[in-house]
Design a protein around this ligand. Structure first.
Ligand code: ADP
Ligand code: MG
Length: 249
């Protein structure tokens, strides 16, 4: 199977400090790939390079074999890569439904979107996605009144409306309740039916529960890849990351 995403030998130089030092990552269709590793390993920087927020100083990023390494961020979004940042970027005074409408018609202004009539197809698409993120019952509530977890789902729903081929999530469950985490894990696997997902996560219980393939990063490189069972056997991973977690518990 052809990879959706290939990061080949990617380095990032922040004024002499190498946050990435030859990172490689291949992600395949329908995959949910977890990225783990100690703080400062370069996980967020790798997502930043993929979505065009940070420039690679060397190496290549290919999306379905297209070289996107030097493409501007807005073009990368249009190619089908969507990035969710840690802080939600939803509009609190608008309803859940209005937020979804806005996401659907990103290229138009706020008032134009809210005044315009929606097509049946657009309406159905929003309803399907709101069902998927379990917010259909909240469609007419203000986004600002949602719980923290619901706000995160709304943002994921807003990303999905553009039908991306690759979704990048950076610690999406931070601050969520246990039930919200569980739902988010299930949601991510549902999403992967249509779209590959790369997810950075620190919560190892969550990774154990919802991962198949895990990539461990350390000092700007990929240290190893495999199932959680595989990587738990890797002495270096235990030394630099998992061992620390056990000590901390
Ligand atoms: P992770 O997400 O794995 O915790 P990051 O990718 O955020 O790691 O950071 C990797 C390293 O790069 C860290 O040492 C961090 O301090 C550094 N770094 C990240 N962004 C910048 C920046 N804009 N300028 C300088 N150093 C940075
Ligand atoms: Mg990070």
């Amino acid at each position: 199977m052809k990879p959706v995403l290939m990061c080949c030998n990617v380095s990032v130089d922040f004024d002499g400090f190498y946050a990435l030092q030859g990172a490689d990552l291949n992600v395949y269709p329908h995959e949910v790939r977890f990225l783990i590793g100690p703080n400062g390993a370069g996980k967020t920087t790798l997502l930043d390079v993929i979505c065009g927020k940070t420039r690679a100083s060397s190496g290549k990023v290919l999306f379905y074999s297209h070289d996107i390494t030097d493409m501007p961020e807005h073009k990368i979004v249009r190619m089908g890569i969507s990035r969710k940042f840690q802080s939600p970027s939803i509009f609190h005074p608008l309803t859940v439904w209005e937020n979804m409408e806005l996401a659907l018609k990103q290229d138009r202004g706020l008032f134009a979107v809210l005044r315009a009539k929606m097509s049946e197809t657009d309406r159905d698409r929003i309803i399907t996605l709101l069902q998927r993120i379990e917010l259909l019952d909240y469609a007419h509530q203000k986004a600002g009144s949602l719980s923290h977890g619901q706000k995160q789902w709304l943002e994921i729903g807003m990303q999905l409306i553009q039908s991306p081929q690759l979704l990048l999530l950076d610690e999406p469950i931070a601050g969520m309740s246990a039930a919200e985490r569980e739902h988010t894990g299930e949601l991510i696997h549902e999403i992967a039916r249509d779209c590959a997902v790369v997810i950075v996560e620190h919560d190892m219980d969550f990774v154990r529960r919802f991962s198949k393939q895990v990539t461990v990063m350390h000092e700007g490189k990929v240290l190893c890849e495999g199932t959680m069972e595989d990587i738990q056997q890797n002495e270096k991973v235990v030394e630099i990351y998992l061992g620390r977690e056990e000590k901390a518990c």
